[in-house]
Ligand binder design. Structure first.
Ligand code: SAH
Ligand code: SF4
Length: 384
């Protein structure tokens, strides 16, 4: 018996090849792709303009299957978070952040992460495994059609797009799961799938230099780089990967990337850690560091977790830091924390899940926290 092919695993070219193997013409693949990614249909029988013979061939040979939803929470401000089961006790998070003119989905690319940044709870859990294409694009597929369903738009109809922007800022380092990430990106951009512009899809990396170059050649989307430090010794202590790819190399890679990027700047993310990286001197050093890289800054108030031993900079410090950057001509935004003092960053909840029992423990713990700190607990970001 042949294995069942999950069609969410296939990019546009692979779907054409797959249909070819079934003796079908390329336009059939395009039709099929639209049914799946634009209409949210997973039942081949419901794909009414496909020949009955093709529907019969697909049934039993193929499926359209995204990760199973373990939980689905919507906060009062509309932010919606799904916890998804990716097997063997691993779970990942996907977060939808609605704003006035856009809807942004934050997706994960790995279960856990091997980079082990000092301030990141996902990293502290270690690396579990890479997500497949179906698990990455499946987050967008599931979220888009769940959001439509909530709005009363039935599956099988071309409805108003709910997700207008995607950020790869959930769990994992996307550039260390390169091929599946790029395949998923290609589907996001394809006109017969989601048709997102490259400017509206952002990949965030901790700085895997050779892969930044590779991305510029294979699928140059908007780039965000997690900087978090103004010099090598500080960055070495926060992001171990910096020892392999130090700042000078990283800055050069950003400059090279901009030759191919859809935007004319790189976004630098900078997590504000009390008395670690948040002094005036750090801000001035940062200005010097990025002097030759067209960029914008996004300051992220640190989301504390007990084992980190780190604290969030106070609001006054964050504002003063932002002012120094702004005065030097750098566009700087501060990511607004939603909810209460004790928030969990995107990816932190799922990062701790090791098995089904722990999933339930965590869900129980989250419910307790939500009771204590309000429904926004666990929702962190709103870019101001
Ligand atoms: N691995 C990629 C993308 C996922 S992390 C990367 O590191 O860029 C997305 C963003 O959240 C990164 O900028 C990361 O540094 C930040 N982040 C991680 N842990 C955090 C925490 N505890 N508080 C605030 N931001 C955090
Ligand atoms: Fe991995 Fe990003 Fe977390 Fe660092 S910040 S451990 S790279 S997910």
């Amino acid at each position: 018996m042949t294995a069942i092919t999950n069609l969410l695993d296939l990019d546009p070219a692979q779907l054409i090849a797959y249909c070819g193997e079934l003796g079908e013409k390329p336009f059939r693949a395009k039709q099929l792709q639209r049914w799946i990614h634009q209409f949210g249909v997973s039942d081949f029988e419901a794909m009414t303009d496909l020949a009955k013979s093709l529907r019969d061939k697909l049934t039993g040979r193929a499926c359209v299957s995204s990760p199973v939803v373990i939980s689905d929470h919507t906060s009062t401000d509309g932010t919606r978070k799904w916890l998804l089961d990716v097997g063997q006790g691993n779970a990942i998070e996907t977060v939808f952040i609605p704003e006035e003119n856009r809807g942004t989905l934050c997706i994960s690319t790995q279960a856990g992460c091997a980079v082990n940044c000092r301030f990141c709870s996902t990293g502290k859990q270690g690396f579990n495994r890479n997500l497949t294409v179906a698990e990455i694009i499946g987050q967008l597929w599931m979220a888009e059609f769940e959001l439509r369903k909530t709005k009363g738009i039935p599956v099988g109809h071309k409805g108003e797009r709910q997700i207008t922007n995607v950020v790869m800022m959930g769990m994992g380092e996307p550039l260390l799961n390169f091929e599946p990430t790029v395949t998923a990106l290609k589907l996001m951009l394809d006109d017969n799938a989601y048709g997102l512009s490259r400017r509206r899809v952002t990949l965030s990396t901790s700085g895997v230099v050779p892969m930044i170059d590779k991305l510029s050649q294979e699928c140059a989307v908007a780039l965000a780089v997690s900087l978090h430090a103004s010099n090598d010794s500080l960055r070495d202590s926060l992001i171990p990967l910096n020892k392999k790819h130090p700042l000078a190399e990283l800055m050069a890679a950003c400059r090279r990337y901009l030759e191919f990027a859809p935007r004319d700047f790189v976004t630098f993310e900078y997590c504000m850690l009390d008395a670690v990286n948040d002094s005036d001197q750090h801000a001035r050093e940062l200005i010097e560091l990025v002097r030759t890289v067209p960029c914008k800054f996004n300051l992220i108030p640190f989301n504390p977790f007990p084992e980190s031993g780190l604290k969030r900079s106070n609001n006054q410090r964050i504002k003063a830091f932002a002012q120094i950057l702004t005065d030097a001509g750098l566009v700087t935004t501060i990511r607004k924390t939603r909810g209460d003092d004790i928030d969990a960053a995107c990816g932190q909840l799922a990062g701790e899940v090791q098995d089904r029992t722990r999933v339930q423990e965590r869900m129980q713990k989250q419910a307790e926290y939500q009771k204590k700190f309000g429904p926004n607990f666990g929702q962190i970001v709103e870019i101001t």
